[in-house]
Design a protein around this ligand. Sequence first.
Ligand code: GLY
Length: 375
Amino acid sequence: MFVKTAERVVVVGGGIVGTSVAWRAAQAGYEVKLVDARPGTGASNVAGGMLAPIAEAWPGEEELLELGSASLQRWPEFAAELGRAAGRSAGLRTEGTLVVGVDSADRTDLDRLADYLSHRGREVTRLTARQLRELEPSLGPAVRGGLEVPGDLAVDNRAALAAARAAAEAAGVEFVAAAARQVAPGRVELAGSAVECDVAVLAAGAHSGELHPALRGRIRPVKGEVLRLRARPAALPPPSRTVRGPVHGRQVYLVPRDDGLVVGATQHEAGFDTEVTVGGVRDLIAGAEQVFPGISEYHLVEASAGLRPGTEDNLPAIGWLEPGVLVATGHHRNGFLLTPVTVDAVLGLLRGEQLPEEMKSADPSRWGGSSAGRH
Ligand code: GLY
């Protein structure tokens, strides 16, 4: 195998994408630094961890469906390798996903989703309320019908983040606890100093737009509030599958954890605001309780908000911004889902390869720059 030993890579951003890229690059023989003032504390820490390209498909987002499906296929191997490298579980859950609806408008939405998926060659099984309750007896009486998506998985985001950090450290990544101010060829500017490199990989999520001129106005923060609930001893155990609404037209999802559930997520264009609002918590609890009334006996452990890095077309930006500067951001609602394909693409680009055909829609050159080569 051709291993690069002398090339210095600086990754900016310690979320799941940046940390995984750093791990893989160090494993491949690059000398890697990861710059982040507080790695693992941004959107990746708040995420629910759905790996659900089918359940979250949306008409008009066909490229995202293809990209997400390709990445989902890589998750089992990615999680296994990450777990081995880290010496701890990466938190993959394989129980599958249900999409459920409460009122007739929700069920019409589910029919539309099923028809759309069928046109895209992705068959999902329609289930009656009774069939749903055979699979998940704890679903509430309000749930009237749904879809079974056994191939859509989930990951414990915090387990995966901790594993990526441990794997990166074991592979020799040096963590630089500082905030990046600007990313340029050969240099990542920090407050009062700089880190030199051969290639910088900009993976700073919603903050990426502030760090390179080509991304200005291209990446915007999309706020999402999320609850973490723990099952108390006498409470009903949570559904074993991820369960996603619409509940009276509002999107809500419940993602199981070993000790309870993550309930998400609101979606607001609110700038860099990460304060949790009373209305956000109320809406999440109201929606989740229709799906699984048992949550009223759960301990509300945490309410937090993260900033998804949104783009105009909801596709990520993965590729060269200019020689010496790679970008891997804009993953919006799909950071965990798209991590394996993103990491593989970035490693390929570092080796001097082209973006794979399935990733071309993510090339930042769609914003008018040149599809720059590496040098
Ligand atoms: N993927 C779910 C979310 O971003 O809320």
